[in-house]
Design a protein around this ligand. Structure first.
Ligand code: NG6
Ligand code: CA
Length: 511
């Protein structure tokens, strides 16, 4: 049975208000043999950013080791070219473009996943897992009308299947610059309450716009509101001084919380969902990584990210649980060079190519928007290999459910396909097609060698970053086998393929 929201894809003029599907079925019991599962979402990391994917100007030894011990995908995709919808797609198993309000969330957004939705965390809880969310969240918190950061925040990640949360509410460039642990702002002084707004200045803390002389990292686009730690952010805040994070320490703090979660659940199957703030802007490495990459701060935070993955791997080794732990490492969307601060990321590229050979990047319907690094390691059960099959992060949900023999609750994960053998590198006949979404909700579909981008009235170029979005009033068709960089639109000479793929895309929308 389809939920009503599935019958009307979000097309112009049709606004859907319902959350994702939900239903009821009870706990399936715990199975101590089940592997632990860690899913790590890096932020804005490109397929060309890692040495195991061919980067030669930077070295990522820990992630390379992970890739060498696991299955490394070359045709894996995020559902979307920005963070909020990608994370939504992974956790709900539903395409984010089916639901309203799944675009880039402000820091005071309500929780955008309906608490009635059966998330991947709920499914794993049903299968007997202890579940935790650590790091970047960006799915909103609290009820409609915005988050109140001064009392117990509800709903939160614990309302959608996570036993434990220690999270950055939105992104590191958005206020409030505080951590939330199990619904409470960490270290908040009740006598200094937090006020947040995304439409007007609140309080009297300086802003980048009024006091540019106070900033230590200047904006290049936007990022001109309240200054926290010398960095002007998106949005205004005041209060909560004792709770403010230090940007340099975020990687250490969330790595620590992740390690603690792993250690305290080492005796039971656990699911850790971890979002790193690296390599999103503002790129602020800890001093031990600053200047170490030779590629400026964007390179330095890639080293910091690699260190984080190494810490997780060492933790598993030291607890002797690496063998039966599935460790997935991937990115929420493609890379961007200048995403809003004057961090000299372009000037410091030195020939490094975050997008690899692909066109576009973060925000884009072109390949670099959603084709991401994706690595899975499970020493007990899978052989190291390279995986060229098509795979979408949205399939993680149904594939893990199948691995655990955990029946999907009725209506759960409606767009997630079971491709367990592909995920585990045992077979390479995966998805027939993958759907991609750009910033403007323009959809594209990859099938075989073909890539079709639907016509769109959206802008060709993203206003701030000048990224090519892949929007065009005309249909676009590329042959990825001979033209992986999407240089030549051959829609006009292949009308029958355009017709076939546009019909397929329409049928996915109507499912
Ligand atoms: C954009 C921000 C960008 C980044 C992005 C979200 C401006 C000019 N740009 O609106 O800096 O925060 O949102 O990134 O404000 S994401 O990876 O979390 O989707
Ligand atoms: Ca992102």
């Amino acid at each position: 049975m389809r939920n009503v929201s599935r019958l009307f894809p979000l097309l112009p003029g049709i606004a859907m208000l319902t959350g994702c599907n939900h239903a009821s079925q009870k706990n399936n019991g715990q199975n101590v043999q089940n592997p632990n599962i860690i899913y790590i979402f890096a932020d804005d990391l490109g397929i060309g950013d890692l040495s195991c994917y061919g980067a030669s100007k930077i070295s990522t030894p820990n992630i390379d080791r992970l890739a060498g011990q696991g299955v490394q995908f070359t045709n894996a995709y995020a559902t979307s070219a920005t963070s909020t919808p990608s994370r939504f797609g992974l956790l709900t198993g539903m395409y984010p473009w089916r639901q309203e309000n799944t675009g880039i969330a402000p820091g005071n957004s309500e929780l955008i996943i309906d608490t009635a939705c059966v998330t991947m965390a709920d499914m794993l809880k049903d299968a007997g897992y202890a579940t935790g969310a650590v790091g970047k969240w960006h799915l909103g918190l609290g009820p409609k009308g915005g988050t109140d950061f001064n009392s117990q925040i509800s709903p939160n990640a614990q309302s959608i299947g996570f036993d434990y949360e220690f999270i950055i509410p939105a992104t590191v460039d958005r206020v409030p610059c505080v951590f939330v642990e199990n619904g409470r702002v960490v270290n908040l002084d009740p006598n200094d309450p937090i006020t947040v707004s995304y439409d007007h200045k609140v309080g009297d803390w300086p802003t980048g716009e009024e006091n540019p002389e106070l900033v230590k990292l200047k904006p290049s686009q936007g990022h001109n509101n309240t200054i926290i730690n010398g960095i002007p952010r998106i949005g205004w805040m005041t209060g909560g001084k004792s709770a403010l994070w230090q940007d340099e320490n975020i990687a250490d703090i969330i790595t620590d919380k992740a390690k603690n979660f792993i250690a305290s659940h080492q005796e039971e199957p656990f699911f850790l969902y971890m979002g790193t703030q690296d390599v999103h802007v503002p790129r602020i490495p800890h001093p031990r990584f600053a200047g170490k990459s030779g590629l400026g701060t964007r390179g330095d935070v890639i080293l910091q990210l690699d260190w984080t993955i190494g810490e997780i791997m060492h933790t598993l080794d030291s607890l002797n649980i690496a063998d039966n732990t599935i460790l997935i490492f991937t990115s929420d969307n493609g890379p961007v060079i200048d995403d809003g601060y004057q961090d000299y990321a372009y000037e410091n590229l030195n020939g490094h190519t975050p997008m690899g050979i692909y066109r576009g990047g973060k925000y884009s319907a072109y390949e670099a928007g959603t084709r991401i690094p994706f690595i899975i390691r499970w020493p007990a059960k899978i052989q190291p290999s390279k995986q060229q099959a098509l795979f979408s992060q949205i399939d993680t949900y149904a594939s893990l459910a199948s691995l655990l023999n955990q029946p999907l609750r009725k209506g759960a994960a409606p767009d997630s396909q079971e491709h367990l053998d592909v995920l585990l590198g045992k077979n390479n006949t995966g998805r027939e097609y993958v759907v991609q979404q750009n910033l403007n909700n323009t959809l594209a579909i990859v099938k075989g060698e073909w890539k079709y981008i639907e016509p769109s009235d959206g802008p060709a170029i993203e206003f701030w970053t000048k990224m090519e979005l892949g929007n065009d009033k005309q249909p676009q068709l590329y042959d990825l086998s001979s033209d992986p960089s999407e240089k030549t639109n051959i829609a006009k000479s292949h009308p029958e393929i355009v017709k076939e793929l546009s019909a397929l895309l329409e049928s996915v929308k109507e499912e």
